[in-house]
Design a binder for this molecule. Sequence first.
Ligand code: ADP
Ligand code: MG
Length: 215
Amino acid sequence: MISFEKIRKTFAEGENPVFEEFSEYIDEGEFVILTGKSGSGKSTLIKMLLKETEPDGGRIMVDGRDLSEIKPGEIPFYRRGLGVIFQDFRLFDEYTVFGNLEVTLNLTGGSGKDKEKRITDILKLLGIDRLHKRYPGELSGGEKQKVCMARAIINDPKIVLADEPTGNLDPGSSREIFRLLELIHRHGTTVLMATHDYDTAGALIKEGRRVSLDK
Ligand code: ADP
Ligand code: MG
């Protein structure tokens, strides 16, 4: 589903490379837990999958597509096929929970009635349907991250990418987020999650495969 083939990446001349001939293969339906000390390249790897940054060499394939062949104009469409969860949430503060999901769904079309049901179903799946009229400012960090997860899966992506999804959360909320990611994974989604908290994640995500970027 995802392959990194001999990836090289250095940000600035004279700096140590972040990746030298890095290769890794992620099968459809896998849950990969990406670990490594701060600065080891976890976020860079996820940004390369999102085409927010480019490798200097090597090839990245996602669901059969060579990312270097995606033209700039196609990038928004390509990104819509991925579910993404960030440490800092990135919700629209001026929209309700429901509104945040609606905005995402509107980008991909679908009819009104179906949309409402789709949003309600996802909110129920993640156990947050009671929050649908709230604004992000009225939610705890854990609740915000669940809304982000709902947003990430609303378009039924084959792949979910999560970069330190529990980085701003307390231990209890972190466990809930890991469990929900496992739930998403059980629906057949391929998940790549970067985390500094392997002890908790590895204990909860039974089928997780650890990939460490530490040398
Ligand atoms: P991690 O997420 O594992 O903490 P990052 O992928 O954020 O690591 O960073 C890997 C390395 O690349 C670090 O040394 C970081 O300073 C460097 N780096 C990341 N992004 C940039 C950038 N936009 N410009 C320059 N250096 C960067
Ligand atoms: Mg990072």
